[in-house]
Structure formats: structure tokens, C-alpha cells
Design a protein around this ligand. Structure first.
Ligand code: FES
Length: 153
């Protein structure tokens, strides 16, 4: 994907009309992640059925426009997927689905990826399930991504 400097129409659309805003009562899994640097917080709710299919996904995001757009797209992408497939909805997949994000906003999509993981982790813990590749969530996303980016300088 070539570098994007402006918000795409899709980003603007998901920011202006976010899909799946809200909460799921008695959700199968809930995940909350944040980025201490920008202060944005994202909470993801998943309803997962007995066949491990994500029946519904909702979110509440206290954050920037890109965080809202990526949350919205992430919930759309995980709906109907199996738990294993949902785990593969990476920040890159979310960004691609939104036709890209400006570089300074890439961390917002990481928040969406990690919110999915945190909700899946919660689901797995509650049900005593092991999902291959699923690791415990990190609450402050800044610690992971930017920390490792700095190490690479
Ligand atoms: Fe931090 Fe967007 S500026 S999530």
C-alpha cells in the first residue's frame, strides 16, 4: 500500500457513521486497551456462539477519529468469523479495509487489533479455551509498538 497522507473516504465514512457502536450485555468477551501517550481508550465486546463464531461485535471508543474508524471497521471485519479467523484480523487488515491511514495514525489501528485480541482473550479465559496464537493482552499499546520502534532506531 502506498503511503497515505490524508484520510480516505472510507475512514471518513466510518468516523462519521461508525458501525456497531455500543455494548453487548453479557458479552462472551470484553477487551479494553489504551494508549497512554494519546490517552485514547477502546473497548470491544464480542458475542461468540457455541461453534466459536463471532455473532456480534460492538465497541466504545474514547479517542481520535482514526481510532473510531478503526474500531468500526474492526467490528465489521470480525463479525461472522471464527475465533481463529478473528485473531488474524490484524491492524494491517483493518487499515487495508479502510484504504489506508496516515503514518501518524497507524497506532490507532493497532489499538483496534489489540482490542479484538483482549476481547478474545477474555472469552478464552472465561471458557477455559486455548486459542493458538492468542497471547495475554497488553493494556498500554504504546508500550509495545512504540517501544519496539524506538529500539530499532
Ligand atoms: Fe491515539 Fe488515535 S491518536 S488512537
Amino acid at each position: 500500500m502506498s503511503q497515505v497522507t490524508e484520510y480516505s473516504e472510507k475512514v471518513m465514512d466510518h468516523f462519521s457513521n461508525p458501525r456497531n457502536v455500543g455494548e453487548i450485555e453479557n458479552a462472551s468477551g470484553v477487551g479494553t486497551v489504551g494508549n497512554a501517550k494519546c490517552g485514547d481508550i477502546m473497548r470491544m465486546y464480542l458475542d461468540i456462539d457455541e461453534n466459536q463464531i463471532v455473532r456480534d461485535a460492538k465497541f466504545k471508543t474514547f479517542g481520535c477519529g482514526a481510532a473510531i474508524a478503526t474500531s468500526s471497521m474492526a467490528t465489521e471485519l470480525v463479525k461472522g468469523k471464527t475465533v481463529e479467523e478473528a485473531l488474524k484480523v490484524t491492524n494491517k487488515a483493518v487499515m487495508e479495509a479502510l484504504d489506508g491511514l496516515p503514518p501518524v495514525k497507524i497506532h490507532c489501528s493497532l489499538l483496534a487489533e489489540q482490542a479484538i485480541h483482549a476481547a478474545l482473550w477474555d472469552y478464552a479465559q472465561k471458557n477455559g479455551i486455548t486459542v493458538e496464537g492468542l497471547t495475554p493482552p497488553v493494556n498500554d499499546i504504546d508500550e509495545t509498538e512504540e517501544y519496539y520502534a524506538m529500539q530499532g532506531d
